[in-house]
Ligand binder design. Structure first.
Ligand code: ANZ
Ligand code: ZN
Length: 891
């Protein structure tokens, strides 16, 4: 950050002393901006006036703008990532409001989830109690940030009014065929008796229990997101205000691949299985095949295991490895030879071995592959390990077919097919077409499009989530809970002393009568994945109290979200699930659109230095003192012990490294405006920003400087509303600086270049300080009023304070004012640069006043020394003048 502050001493407030009392400044404390009283005062005033409240249905003609930041999980305290996220959103909201939009800017809580259950298990607090206490604490912290939120829209996803409506949506999706119950493999923690997400499996063990994780088949509820795979992919093209990176991640996740299914005949059938179908994206390499590999859960592998204990043992081992792709990617490639063989589709009498391999996933394609080691690295490693053949069939351009061999690396690039019978000499794409043709003709396979995207399993064996509104009846199967019995509420009296799902072992809750036949039945005891809760909250904000999931008038008016802001960590799942929900809600009549977020911005992390004591303990920043070593380098000492500490890397703030700074303490010490200003100033918002003490202190000085500059100028300013008029000299330069800053800050805010906006305002403050003299008074009023309004989206409290000083008695707050407009006449340069040619060759350039006459321009051009030399005293025959650009002399 560029702080050109020279006039104001370092006046970081002593944290304990009351504002205004600065012993270091001598007996008479200077007047200063007292943020401790000003900030709450303006927050109360905004609230009193309802500045940020909007109706569910905007009045006709209103230009709506919906700004949303990813809502927080109520962990108990806000962190700097929140401060950055909500400050960015608030700048957009305040700016758009000033630009005349009706801005909806809501806040809520993503309030279901495991940490609440952990608190219950560890500390005996009810998850609901823990969650709502945390929400109260965090709400208070957010309010102190001065965010321009419509708090009347607030809700938590654990409110029955919210999750009850979610149950309605689920039932609507079910009716529309978007929900399915099917068996699937899950990571099972045998000690905690719960399903684990892939991220909760660490080195094959449960993250809490440490027990080896098992794979288990469970009946689960799924949302059929795959039904929209094609559209979810194609529609990415239309999201022109989304980062390319996020769109690419989504496209990869959806993962469309064109390829073929190929059926291989088994030399000998096993338990009625006579053939194996594989999915491949490289049918062109079929003649380079050296083995066939099955996933451990493949029916053929299971059939083999039934009669071969060695195979069964290998499968059990595979099961202990997590189900995640990452786990599989990292694990060593291992296999088991079943002894079976399959025939090649086109080579008479040629057969290949059938293996079970740990790198083949049951959930992708068909759960079986043909291995071509020459052109796939994984297959190559596998073949080398087990001594299987390696035959290249794609020849690199220019390579000699007689000498080309595969070494340690598979050849995955393009080339010409060889060693491949009827495909020899073809290009890779041409060979793909020909093989597929031949497979289809002979009934051994066909071309297919395959998607990586899987249906979304939403069942979780947890208490603190939204109950899935289903009743299981022996006679009727899975029966929806009737509309008039919604919501299905969570029971309050739950026992966390036993492992497993408290809903499942609750003595009464699950025992109900079947709504269809009236016989005793059992409630579904699974709750929804919390990603379900966050997949439609943006729509609920439009009519948060409605007795239906959303009211059409409200969502039709407010959606899509015009600007969504959040972390890149949600680039895939949350955004994809929300896009799915929008489509599903559209197809069940709840919405009119498919894309919920028209604009997306992903912010960078907040980083900080880390510190370590000599014994290796991580230290919080407030536990160390930064010192300057005798050689001038920076060092640190632990305050408590005075022992030297080491300064570590600057990295993302995290509890484990203790390099966190508590926003509450920063706001207490410096005020919300300072925190906001600093967090915006350091770097472009999409990049990481480094939080430093010096940086915050600099931001604080700037808030004080603006205040003092205004306070000191007040007595000499003309009355409010005095037109600055046609100024000249210093006054004109100040007016130009004012209007150029309006243009520059406007452009910066439009482009999310908030750090640039901050830098321009700093420069402008310097320009105001330099423009002295009585003739500048009117221009100075204009400048001070302008800097106040330009800084307002970023430092809203200080802006109100300055505005009330500059315009005492003015009815409107800055929060209610339109954005300042730049006067085009003051943006134009005062001088023009003109190129001067002699006989078409550039000989010099001249600066002329913007209003110069043609005669003046020509005279100045002729007088230019270089031009004089080029003319060499010859008479000028013709003078060509392109106003504002060029003069050409013909001699
Ligand atoms: C033969 C082959 C030859 C392959 C070659 C690649 C290169 P994408 O692009 O991600 O769709 N594959 C298919 N099903 C699989 C499964 N269930 N588990 C693990 N791997 C599987 O990947 C498709 C390729 O991944 C397929 O093409 C298949 O290997 C493998 F020179 O078939 B290929
Ligand atoms: Zn029944």
């Amino acid at each position: 950050m560029n702080d050109k502050d020279r006039t104001v001493p370092t006046d970081v407030p002593p944290s304990a002393a009351p504002a205004g009392d600065r012993a270091a400044q001598g007996p008479r404390p200077e007047p200063r901006h007292d943020f401790r009283t000003a900030e709450p005062r303006w927050q109360a005033e905004w609230e009193r006036r309802g500045c940020f409240a909007v109706p569910d249905v905007p009045p006709p003609g209103a230009r709506k703008y919906y700004v949303l930041e990813m809502f927080p999980y109520p962990s108990g305290k806000i962190h700097m990532g929140h401060v950055r996220n909500y400050t960015l959103g608030d700048v957009v909201a305040r700016y758009k409001r000033a630009r005349g939009h009706l801005v909806m800017h809501p806040m809520g809580w993503d309030a279901f989830g495991l940490p609440a259950e952990n608190a219950a298990r560890e500390r005996g607090i009810h998850p609901g109690r823990w969650t709502y206490d945390n929400i109260a604490a965090m709400r208070a912290e957010l309010k102190r940030m001065g965010l321009s939120l419509d708090w009347a829209r607030e809700f938590a996803t654990c409110d029955p009014e919210y999750y009850g409506q979610q149950q309605r949506l689920f039932l609507d999706f079910w009716k529309a065929g978007l929900v399915e119950r099917k068996e699937s493999w899950v990571n099972w923690d045998p000690v905690d008796q719960t399903v684990l997400a892939n991220e909760q499996v660490i080195d094959g063990r449960g993250w809490r229990s440490g027990a080896p994780v098992e794979k288990k088949k469970l009946a689960q509820w799924f949302f059929r997101i795959t039904r929209y795979a094609e559209d979810l992919l194609a529609a990415l093209d239309g999201l022109d205000r989304w980062p390319e990176r996020v769109k690419l991640m989504q496209a990869n996740w959806i993962g469309r691949s064109e390829g073929a299914r190929v059926r291989f005949r088994l030399a000998e059938a096993v338990a009625d299985i006579a053939e194996v179908e594989v999915f491949t994206t490289r049918p062109d390499t079929l003649f380079g095949m050296s083995f066939l590999a099955l996933a451990a859960e493949h029916p053929l592998a299971q059939a083999v295991a039934a009669r071969d204990p060695k195979a069964a043992e290998f499968i059990a081992e595979c099961r202990r490895m997590g189900t995640s792709e990452a786990a599989i990617e990292q694990a060593e490639k291992r296999g088991h030879d079943t002894g079976l063989r399959v025939a090649h589709p086109f080579l008479e009498g040629v057969t290949f071995p059938v293996w079970i391999a740990n790198f083949v996933l049951m959930e992708y394609g068909t759960g079986a592959i043909f291995g071509c080691p020459g052109h796939d690295q994984r297959d190559l490693e596998f073949a080398r390990k087990y001594g299987l053949s390696v035959l290249p069939v794609v020849l690199p351009p220019g390579a000699d077919p007689a000498r080309f061999t595969i070494g340690e690396e598979a050849y995955v690039e393009d080339g010409t097919i060889f060693n491949s019978g009827f495909l020899d000499g073809l290009s890779v794409p041409e060979a793909k077409r020909r093989v597929v043709e031949a497979l289809e003709r002979t009934g051994q396979g066909e071309g297919v499009v395959n998607w990586r995207l899987r249906d979304w399993g939403v069942s979780r064996q947890r208490y603190w989530g939204c109950p899935i509104p289903v009743i299981h009846c022996e006679g009727c199967g899975a029966v929806p809970v009737p509309e008039d019995r919604l919501p299905v509420l969570l029971p309050e009296d739950v026992d966390f002393s036993r492992p497993g799902n408290p809903l499942d072992h609750h003595p009464r809750w699950k025992h109900v009568d079947c709504p269809r036949c009236g016989r005793p039945a059992r409630r579904e005891t699974d709750t929804f994945d919390t990603f379900v809760d966050s997949s439609w909250y943006f729509a609920r904000f439009c009519s948060p109290r409605a007795p239906v999931p959303v009211t059409r008038e409200a969502v039709d008016a407010w959606l899509p979200v015009d600007q969504y802001i959040g972390g890149i960590e949600h680039a895939i799942l949350h955004l994809l699930y929300s896009r799915f929900f929008a489509r599903a809600m559209r197809d069940t009549g709840h919405l009119a659109l498919a894309e919920p977020f028209a604009g997306l911005f992903t912010q960078g992390m907040v980083t900080h230095e880390s510190y370590r004591a000599a014994d290796g303990r991580w230290l919080y920043p407030e536990e160390v003192e930064i010192v300057t070593a005798p050689d001038g380098s920076r060092g640190a000492v632990e305050k408590a012990t005075r022992a030297p500490a080491t300064i570590g890397r600057v990295e993302a703030m995290s509890k484990s490294k203790r390099n966190t700074v508590d926003p509450g303490a920063i706001i207490e010490r410096y005020g919300a405006d300072t925190a906001r200003w600093f967090i915006l100033s350091d770097n472009p918002p999409e990049r990481d920003m480094e939080w430093t003490e010096a940086g915050v202190a600099g931001a604080f000085r700037f808030t004080q400087r603006l205040w003092r500059m205004t306070a000191l100028a007040l007595p000499s300013l003309p009355p409010p509303g005095t037109p600055p008029g046609d100024a000249a000299g210093a006054a004109r330069r100040l007016r130009q600086a004012t209007h150029r800053t309006i243009a520059a800050v406007t452009e910066a805010l439009e482009g999310f270049a908030f750090n640039v906006a901050v830098a321009r305002i700093h420069e402008f403050a310097n320009a105001i300080a330099e423009a002295e003299g009585a003739d500048c008074a009117a221009a100075r009023r204009e400048a001070l009023e302008t800097i106040t309004r330009l800084a307002a989206p970023m430092m809203p409290h200080l802006a109100e304070e300055l505005w009330s000083m500059l315009r005492p008695g003015e009815a409107r707050l800055v929060a209610e004012l339109p954005w300042p407009e730049a006067d085009p006449a003051l943006l134009k340069a005062d001088t023009l640069t003109i190129a001067v040619q002699v006989l078409g060759r550039l000989r010099g350039t001249i600066e002329v006043p913007a209003g110069a006459t043609e005669a003046e321009v020509l005279a100045a051009a002729e007088a230019e020394p270089n031009v004089q030399r080029a003319l060499a005293g010859r008479p000028i025959r013709k003078r060509i003048h392109v106003p504002g650009r060029i003069v050409n002399f013909v001699v």
